[in-house]
Structures are given as C-alpha cells and as structure tokens.
Design a protein around this ligand. Structure first.
Ligand code: FNR
Length: 422
C-alpha cells in the first residue's frame, strides 16, 4: 500500500527516538487545543463553535459510544485495501474533506494549502461555496486529483449556474448542494463576540471572482443605506473588505465602492430559504455531474433524493452548527441506509474524530466519511503539512482499526462487526 499505516506509525516512533515529537497532535482533543493557540479568539469561536447549547456537537460524539467494534481473530490481514470507488474515481481511503468556509481565518494560504495536501494523497477535497480562495486557484495546484464543489443555493439562479459551470471547468467531479444552511444557525460563540467574517469581506472569494456576480454589482443599489456609528472597528472592517476584494490598487478599489457593494450583495443573495425539491431540476439541467445533497437526516428525505434522481447524499448536521438539539448523524444513519439500500452513495460527516468512528459509520451503511474541523486544526498549526498530517493520521488509524478488527478491505466492514451497547 502506498500510504501504509505501519510505515506512517513507524516514522512517528522513529522521529520520537531522535527526540522529535509530532508537531500536529495525534489526539483529537489536543489537536484542537494546540490549534486554538494558533488562532485569534474570533477564528477559534467561528471554527470550533456550534449552534445554541452545542448539544448537537455533543450528540454527534456520544452516538459513536452507542456501538462497539467486535474484533475477529486469525483473518490474515497482511494484505489490506482501504480504497473505495466513488462515481468512478478510485480513492485510497474512504475519506473526503468536507467543505469548510473562510479558511483564511486560520491560515494565509487557506483553501490552496488544503487543496495541495488533499492532492498529494488523492483524497477528494470538496471546495466550499464560502471559500477564501477562488476554486480556480485550488484546482491549479491539484493535478488530476479528485475535487468536488459545494454549492449554496443563492437567490440568483444565474449565479448558481455560473458557479456550477466554473466547477466543471475546474475539473470537479461532483456537485454537493448543502441544504441545511438556508439561514445561519444561532451560533452562540460568534454572537457573543458579535462577529461574522463575511462582513469583513472574508469567505466570499467564489463570488468576487465570478463574472455573473461582478455583473450583479453593476445593478442599481437595492438597499436603503443604514446609518451606523463610525468606529475604529468599522473603519478596520472597511479596510478588510477592500483588502479582500480582487485587485492590487487599494485606493482605486476603495474609491470604486465595489468592495462594500460585494459584501452587501453577498449578504442579500447568498442563500434562498424558499428553495424546494422542485428547484433541483434547474441544477440537473445545468450539469451532467453527479449531484449530492448535504444535510440529509431523515429517511424520507433520503428516499426523496432517490426519487428526484439525485446521485448521492451526505448525512450531516453541519458539525452541529445549524440546529441545536438535532439528531446525531450516526443515529440517523441506520434508518437512512435502510431506505437507500445501496442505490446511491451515502457519505457521513459531523463528529468524526478517528479511525474507529469511520469504521462504525461504514459498518452501519455509509460509503465514505467526511472530515471537517480536524483538518482545519491541522491547517492552523502547520498549513499544508498540517492538513497532510491530519489526513495521514486518520488513514493510518482507520487502516489499523480495520485490520485489527479482522477486515482486509471495506467490503468486510458489515453491521455484524458491531455490537449495540445498552
Ligand atoms: C463548515 N461546514 C460547511 N459546510 C458546507 O457545506 N459549506 C461550508 O462552507 C461550510 N463551512 C463550514 C465552516 C466551519 C468553520 C465548519 C466547522 C464547518 C460544515 C462541514 O462541511 C462539515 O459538515 C462539518 O464540519 C462536519 O462536522 P465536524 O467533523 O467538523 O464536527
């Protein structure tokens, strides 16, 4: 195997023998703790936080404790294969990088560093609609490695179509429509700091780099200007908006007013709570790529996804950032797997923190697993290398769990490998 777990493990121990400890922590709790030191207060709140009391985040984790793996012995696991095939593409391990927006909050290179790390392993990277770098910049560093695009359905169908066309040109092999964020959840930590990065022009690079969005900025102002107190903070915010807007000439950018209009236009259009199942036909007309729905938690919605001709679903509660007190994704999985009956791939994310979590989700019917916050913590600590290390740790942990449980490959990870705890 190209990315063998024992080799990676040996490297860590041999480094230790030479007195070199891992820069990127292995333990997920320590990883978060260490990453926090590399982030501003606002960045940490934005990345780590969830909605309301954050009980969904807790549930996501606790759901994994409801199952135990029951290892089998003497199974000859000397030859192991952790690869899977998704939409015709072979990937070395059943992981994907879930879309995470506004990565510039944790590292200067943001999405591009993640793209490089993902490409060096061949793990698919799902570009976020709220990325800090245009999708073209990420695609440019990925060679032929798999990448998907995640879309938020905005109020402009022309913009939706433009994003999808760009994604196709960028070599994306699937479109993920995130359904659970028609509005921002009640994110306690961000509200406490009264901080939303988009208002500073962060996380809107897909928009400002888009020709349709640029045309929308030429349209007459559709908002009544609101009188706000001018403070040092608001001047800094304006400075940030202008800095983030494409182009090098700061003064010209400031004078044109487009940077401010871009933020206003973005906040007015970024999502459309009126979207329904019937709107998905529009997307189907605009792309031949597989379309997946992200945010599915109810078996009836999974059935509908199949009835409406969608090609996959992502069971996700957005890492607990949208509905507080929501069902955990692992708790939602068995009933969904039961109705999907392997007709379309099921990806699961939210709360995945190690190889055993991935094993349990696969055993209960997931096809692949999305990693969220942990790779962002790796990015905060050590940029591209940090993301790479987090991915290798996940892959090694998973491979060892699979083998030590007695499975040679993914097909052997079945529900019988688990016991439900009382
Ligand atoms: C997200 N997530 C997300 N999802 C999406 O579809 N588009 C996006 O732009 C974002 N942005 C985003 C930002 C931050 C800071 C976080 C933490 C998450 C959700 C993400 O794709 C994934 O569903 C969760 O991160 C999974 O949960 P865990 O593993 O982080 O607990």
């Amino acid at each position: 195997m190209k990315f063998s777990a024992p080799d990676w493990q040996k490297e860590i121990y041999l480094n230790g023998f030479a007195g070199i400890l891992p820069q990127v922590n292995i333990d997920p709790a320590l990883l978060e703790k260490n990453a926090r030191r590399h982030m501003s207060r606002k960045a940490y709140a934005y990345i780590a936080g969830g909605a309301g009391h954050e009980s969904t985040m807790l549930q996501n984790r606790q759901a994994f404790e409801k199952y135990s793996i029951v290892p089998r012995m003497l199974c000859d696991v000397s030859q192991r294969d952790t690869s899977i095939t998704l939409f015709g593409q072979k990937i070395p391990s059943p992981f994907l990088l879930s879309p995470v927006g506004v990565l510039e909050m944790v590292h200067r290179e943001a999405d591009v560093a993640v793209a490089r790390a993902a490409a060096s392993i061949g793990i698919p990277y799902i570009f976020s609609n709220q990325a800090s770098k245009p999708m073209e910049s990420c695609a440019a560093v990925m060679n032929n490695s798999p990448r998907w695009f995640q879309l938020y359905w905005s109020r402009s169908n022309d913009l939706v179509a433009s994003f999808v066309q760009r994604a196709e040109r960028c070599g994306c092999s699937a479109i993920v429509v995130t359904l659970d964020t028609t509005m921002l959840g009640w994110r306690t930590r961000d509200l406490e700091l009264a901080y939303l990065p988009f208002l500073q022009g962060k996380g809107i690079a897909q928009y400002t780099s888009d020709p349709v969005f640029q045309k929308m900025l030429d349209e007459p102002e559709d908002r009544v200007p609101v009188d706000r107190k001018i403070t040092l903070q608001s001047i800094a915010g304006l400075f940030s908006m202008v800095k983030h807007y494409p182009g090098n000439n700061f003064i010209r950018k400031l004078k044109s007013g487009r940077a401010v209009r871009a933020v206003q236009k973005f906040t007015a259009t970024y999502s459309n709570p009126a979207t329904t199942w019937n709107d998905l036909a529009f997307l189907r007309q605009h792309t031949k790529l597989p379309i997946l729905l992200k945010g599915i938690l109810h078996p009836d919605d999974a059935s509908k996804a199949i009835d409406y001709g969608l090609n996959g679903i992502i069971i996700s509660n957005h890492g607990g950032r949208q509905v507080d007190g929501s069902i955990a994704t692992l708790d939602a999985l068995p009933a969904i797997a039961n109705v999907v009956r392997k007709q379309i791939p099921i990806i699961l994310d939210s709360g995945i923190r190690g190889g055993a979590d991935a094993f349990k989700a696969l055993a209960l019917g997931a096809t692949a697993i999305g990693i969220g916050r942990p790779y962002v913590y790796g990015l905060a600590i050590a940029g591209e290398q940090g993301v790479y290390t987090v991915l290798r740790n996940f892959m090694a942990d998973f491979e060892l769990t699979m083998a030590l449980a007695g499975c040679k490959d993914i097909s052997e990870i079945t529900p019988e490998r688990l016991q439900q705890n009382r």
